[in-house]
Ligand binder design. Structure first.
Ligand code: HEM
Length: 277
C-alpha cells in the first residue's frame, strides 16, 4: 500500500514538473516574444495603432496615409516605421508637399528625388557612399524628430521584426560612411585650406594662414604655416595651413617654393603645375 502511494506521489510530481516545464516555462518564452505576436494579431484585427514595436506589412502600412478615416499618418524609412502625425501633418497629409511618402517606405526616392509611383521604392541598390551618407542622415532625422512605432516586414525586417541581411549590410555601410566622414573631418582639422589670393595677371598667388579660422582655439592659438598639401590619391597639390607640430616627418606636405618658410603669409611665384584650390 505504502509502495503504491509512493509510486503515485512520484508520478504526480513528475507530471507537475513536465506541466510546469512545458506550459509555464515555455509560456514565458512566448511572453518574451509577445510584443510582436500581439502586433501581428493586432494588425490583423486592425486595432493596434501606435504601440511601440508594431509589425506592419506593406498593405497594413498603407492604411496610415493620413486620409479621412485612415488609421493615422505613418511612413517607413529603411524599414522602420514612424508616426509622423502632428508635426508632420503639414508635410505628409494628403494634398501636402510630401504626401507621397505617407503609408509606405519610399527610401530610394529620398535620395533620387523621383517622387512618382515608379520611383517610390524602398531599396538602396547601386547607391554610392555619398548617397548612403544621405540615407544615413535621413535615418537620423526620423529617429530624432519622430516617434518610431514599428517595423515594416519585407526588405529590411523579417516576419518577427528582426533585421534582415540587407539591413545588416546597410548598417555596415553606415559604419564606413561614419569612418569616411571622420577622416574628412580630421583632414579639415589638420590641413585646412589657406586663404588664396590669385593675381593671375602677375602669375603670383598669396597664400596665407592669418585668418581667425586658422586659429584652433582663441585662448591657445596654434601657429599654422602655409605648405603644399599632397592629398593621398589626388593628383597635384593645394595650399594647407599646417600646425608646426605636423611640419616634420610628413610626406603629405612640402615647402612652397620661393617663400620664407616661417611666415604665415607667402607670395608664391613658382611653378603652378598641379596647383588646385
Ligand atoms: C530629393 C529631394 C528632396 C527630398 C527627398 C525632400 C524631402 C523633404 C521632407 C521629407 C521634408 C519634411 C521634413 C519633416 O518631416 O520635417 C522636407 C521639408 C522641406 N523641404 Fe524638402 N526635400 C527635397 C528637396 C527639397 C528642395 C529642392 C527644396 C527647396 C527648393 C526643399 C524644401 C523644403 C522645405 C522648405 C521644407 C520644410 C522645412 C521645415 O519647415 O522645417 N526640399 N523635405
Amino acid at each position: 500500500m505504502a509502495t503504491r502511494k509512493t509510486v503515485l506521489l512520484v508520478t504526480a510530481t513528475l507530471l507537475t514538473v513536465v506541466i510546469i516545464e512545458k506550459y509555464i516555462l515555455n509560456f514565458q518564452s512566448i511572453l518574451a516574444n509577445l510584443p510582436f505576436l500581439v502586433n501581428i494579431f493586432g494588425q490583423q484585427n486592425g486595432n493596434l495603432s501606435g504601440s511601440t514595436g508594431d509589425l506592419f506589412t506593406a498593405d497594413s502600412l498603407r492604411l496610415y496615409d493620413g486620409s479621412e478615416g485612415s488609421k493615422g499618418l505613418h511612413l517607413a524609412f529603411l524599414g522602420r516605421v514612424y508616426d509622423v502625425s502632428g508635426k508632420g501633418d503639414k508635410f505628409y497629409k494628403p494634398g501636402e508637399g510630401y504626401s507621397f511618402f505617407a503609408g509606405r517606405d519610399g527610401t530610394r526616392a529620398f535620395i533620387t528625388g523621383e517622387f512618382k509611383e515608379e520611383g517610390l521604392k524602398d531599396d538602396v541598390d547601386g547607391f554610392n557612399l555619398i548617397q548612403m551618407g544621405e540615407v544615413m542622415d535621413w535615418v537620423e532625422f526620423y529617429e530624432k524628430d519622430y516617434k518610431h512605432v514599428g517595423f515594416l516586414q519585407g526588405r529590411y525586417y523579417n516576419h518577427i521584426g528582426q533585421p534582415t541581411k540587407e539591413r545588416l549590410r546597410i548598417e555596415k555601410v553606415f559604419h564606413e560612411v561614419r569612418s569616411a566622414r571622420e577622416a574628412k573631418e580630421e583632414e579639415r582639422r589638420r590641413y585646412p585650406y589657406c586663404d588664396v589670393d590669385i593675381h593671375e595677371y602677375l602669375k603670383k598667388v598669396t597664400m596665407a594662414c592669418v585668418k581667425r579660422r586658422h586659429v584652433d582655439d582663441a585662448s591657445n592659438p596654434a601657429i599654422r604655416l602655409p605648405r603644399k598639401y599632397f592629398k593621398p590619391d589626388v593628383a597635384g597639390w593645394r595650399c594647407a595651413c599646417v600646425e608646426t607640430k605636423y611640419l616634420t616627418n610628413n610626406d603629405l606636405i612640402g615647402e612652397i617654393d620661393g617663400c620664407d618658410q616661417q611666415t604665415r603669409e607667402c607670395l608664391f611665384t613658382g611653378d603652378f603645375t598641379g596647383f588646385y584650390n
